[in-house]
Design a protein around this ligand. Sequence first.
Ligand code: WT7
Length: 664
Amino acid sequence: MATAANTMTSNDGAAIEARLSEERLFPPSETFSAGANISDPAIYEKAGENPEAFWAEWARQLEWVEPFHTVCEWNPPHAKWFLGGKLNLAANCLDRHLKNARRNKAAIIFEGEPGDTRVLTYYDLWREVNNFSGVLQHLGVGKGDRVTIYLPMIPEAAIAMLACARIGAIHTVVFGGFSADSLRERINDSQSKVLITADGGWRRGNVVQLKLTADEALEGGACPTIENVVVYNRAADPRHVAMTEGRDHWWHRLMEISPKRVDPEVMDSEDPLYILYTSGSTGKPKGILHTSAGYLTQALATMKWTFDIKDEDVYWCTADVGWVTGHSYVVYGPLAAGATVLMYEGAPDWPHRDRFWEVIEKYGVTVFYTAPTAIRAFMKWGTEHVEKHDLSSLRLLGSVGEPINPEAWIWYHEQIGGGKCPIVDTWWQTETGAHMITPLPGVVSTKPGSATRPFPGIGADVVDENGDSVPPGSGGFLVMRTPWPSMLRTLWGDDDRYQKTYWSKFGSKNLYFAGDGARRDEDGYFWLLGRVDDIMLVAGHNISTMEVESALVSHPAVAEAAVIGRTHEIKGQAIAAFVTLKDGFRGTSELAGELKEHVAHHIGVICRPDDILFSAELPKTRSGKIMRRLLRDIAEGRALGDTTTLADPSVVAGLKDKYENAEG
Ligand code: WT7
């Protein structure tokens, strides 16, 4: 068992101690490697020797109007990639495929929640994007203008994004689950000229009223830069949708009166592509700015090597377009690669808890990419929903968003992958734009719970407080030592905050600080330990949330767990665990005692939780990440902090009551 890593100082000088030991190893099968897009392990060394040459080779796979003359210019903390190059990203995702056999291939297969379906070939998608580019031009949108997109998970979201890219406008997609306040703040920060929305979208049999929320955001001139609102008719009878004269226009009407063909704007490699807001735990959302050529280069490279994408695949990434995963791995990456992308509008448990498996069977999905929070929900619901369906088309599985607990990994591997699909656990961020740490499935043997190795050409490291690499087996801060093509370029309108947030921690060493803790084991594998701010300090030991949670999840009764440190007179902090049980188990005091022992036995007595609270749900962000900050507020008996990014605020209110009563 790995122990006592002694280089990372987080709270007060103690080291993060890595305690989870995972001995299971899953080498790629010979058949998978034989057919894989990359199967030569020498690529790591080759890319490591000359990352710029490695990335330039990928960039040359794009279609350029004018080639670049310089690969990378690095003036820390600002990077430029593929300087001098001219291209258009929508042309790379669409037009180039019309010249080959992909012309009539399915680009997007859409499954609506009510069961309606659509297939758009590459030609269809190209035609729609051209026409919508005409709409945007008709509304006076030009190069560099900002356009806010607030749509359900329907093909029009991709069409709107690609139309912006085609005419050189900067899109900023706001997740359809966000409130009027959040939408307004993002529109105003980006100073968008046009808002694209829909009357509504389907979620668990109900219509999410996007247009009403958009109206609320704009009410009383609250967004002065918005000149026009385009409304797609998805879910309602158009006669019942209130349209503001002169401002609001139906998508289909504008399509009729606008040009049907628009030539792609010639863009510079470093021209902005999009702004995507991330709501950190506190403060104003950060407008992450991504640019053109470098972004698409890394999205394409990872699409081909991490997901091993082939022309025959049916690829399904379950993320919403409102998140970066939806940008890089529903729209830009897969379409640049000429893949067939499945898009599903609704919830995984509607109308039944087998909807995802039904969809996989129906379309013969081969590559499936989802989040640990979803996997843990499936585990909780039980295998009977999975067993109803034939999932034998699957050949590769992916995970993103949080550390995946080893038990969830094994469940995913066995129950969904039938024991035969490699799993790629991909670590990356909105800021990084594309995968950074991930297995190459035909090359790397995987270990459940580890994102394994940095993608070739990526300079990831684990360092101590001084920015020096920690020895193997040790924990520390996850950093990037070198720039990468799809890195954020700045924060929109706030370069100071960009420098402070990501580049100041290690001063003149110019390291990108990701905010995550990590350990690198003796084989050079990376184990993500959770956000550094969440790490607990118990009796002088820094303990990772991820490891205690994984120990809890390895108990057969537990579906999901969130742990936090609460103030304790003697130990500094005591561990409080919030636990969700699998269907069919009851949260008794005997079980609580058993779980405490289970953790102590698995990863050490120092990690034994003081409190266990059973809960039907855990507080999560709308993107599915557990919000430990609010659990700390509950455990400390404080007023709850900012709850606006929660998916369901009633969950924490309920937990707060329960916690206070349990303590008596
Ligand atoms: C944070 C970034 C990347 C797209 C979705 C989330 C956590 C993400 C993993 C993983 C462990 C992960 C990190 C990271 N995270 N993927 N495979 N293993 N942790 O994007 O909202 O920008 O969040 O998500 O903490 O910093 P995001």
